[in-house]
Design a protein around this ligand. Structure first.
Ligand code: UDP
Ligand code: MG
Length: 323
């Protein structure tokens, strides 16, 4: 097998509107890099069809016939973006020397790919794509993202700010990443744990080329919360501290009420009793739910369910003849 084989992994969920343009742009970049002999002629694009309900898989299959460098795998149903990325990397890693993951909607500038490859050729194992501007995001998304990175940093989770799932990983970095067996995937937190030499490539994030975001606010919030609870037990420590504080306050109140009682005061404090009951009740409910979240995580991890099921694998079909 040739050296410097690149596979570009592209997760796709209902992307029929953007695929033609995506394939055109990625195809151009790939062909150019092959012509310049930066990457091997065996390099491929790997579309991961994540249970699309539209014509996405038909389009991918059609491109697989037409273009030698296009391959695809099809999930049996929708397993989510992160699982699609892992599936692409798992399928392609034996065959590839480096893997780039990129969204299908052309929000990540494909022109950063040659720079990522150049960094790989210079000996870097991990190349993060970092947005140098978030102009196309709403003010709300920008603000929440910034707060989130700060919060994650505080609770000890290392993230590369403004980098999403657009990055290059060398073969050994991918192999290391694939040894992380958790079911609750949060790749942008996992990749920095892999280590090796890493660098960043800056690009301007664009508007979605066509179609709607598949990450509505609710999904985004869930993803953000998952990121915290999969990576840190800081919330449990916070609950512990909160509990200690509440107990200290209660002790003080106890002493105060006892003293008042001994002095013969009639206790009229109906309101203070109600307030404390509700307050403590609320604090307990929140605390239990946070702990429950971790128990739930353990539950889903111990089941060891497959992260995804591949129904059709045109990648292996195609690349086996290449070797
Ligand atoms: N995606 C996926 N499975 C899903 C949701 C999204 O494979 O369940 C893909 C989607 O096709 C796209 C990428 O993940 O290539 C990022 O999704 P999107 O652009 O909708 O998210 P946003 O950029 O709005 O955060
Ligand atoms: Mg997008």
């Amino acid at each position: 097998m040739d050296s410097n084989t690149l596979t570009i992994v592209v997760p796709c969920f209902n992307e029929e509107e953007v695929l033609p343009e995506t394939n055109k742009e990625l195809g151009q970049i790939l062909t150019k890099l092959i012509q310049e002999k930066k990457i091997s002629a065996q390099s491929k694009i790997l579309y991961v069809n994540d249970g699309s309900k539209d014509r996405t898989w038909e389009i991918i299959s059609d491109y697989c016939e037409k273009y030698d460098y296009v391959t695809g795998i099809k999930f049996s149903r929708n397993y989510g973006h992160q699982n699609a990325l892992i599936a692409g990397m798992t399928t392609a890693n034996d065959y590839s020397d480096m893997i780039i993951t990129i969204d299908a909607d052309l929000q990540d500038d494909v022109n950063a790919i040659p720079e990522m490859v150049a960094n790989y050729l210079d000996g870097f194992d991990v190349v993060y794509g970092v947005r140098n501007s978030r102009k196309t995001d709403t003010a709300f998304k920008r603000k929440t993202a910034l707060t989130y990175y700060k919060l994650m940093g505080k609770i000890g989770v290392n993230l590369v700010p403004d980098s999403a799932d657009y990055r290059l990983l060398s073969k050994r970095a991918t192999s290391t990443l694939l040894q992380y067996k958790e079911r609750n995937l949060f790749l942008r937190g996992m990749v920095p744990l892999v280590g090796y030499r890493s660098t960043k490539v800056y690009y301007a994030r664009k508007e979605r080329f066509a179609g709607k975001s598949k990450y509505p606010l609710k999904k985004m919030l869930n993803f953000a919360f998952d990121g915290i609870t999969s990576f840190s037990v800081a919330p449990i420590h916070m609950i512990m501290n909160l509990g200690i504080m509440v107990v200290i306050v209660c002790l003080a109140m106890m002493i105060y009420t006892l003293v008042r009682k001994m002095m013969g005061d009639v206790i009229t404090g109906w309101s203070s009793i109600m307030i404390s009951i509700w307050l403590i009740g609320g604090v307990q409910l929140i605390s239990i739910s946070v702990i429950g979240e971790y128990v739930g995580k353990i539950f889903s991890e111990v089941k060891q369910r497959p992260r995804y099921v591949i129904e059709e694998d045109k990648f292996t079909d195609k690349t086996q003849n290449n070797e």
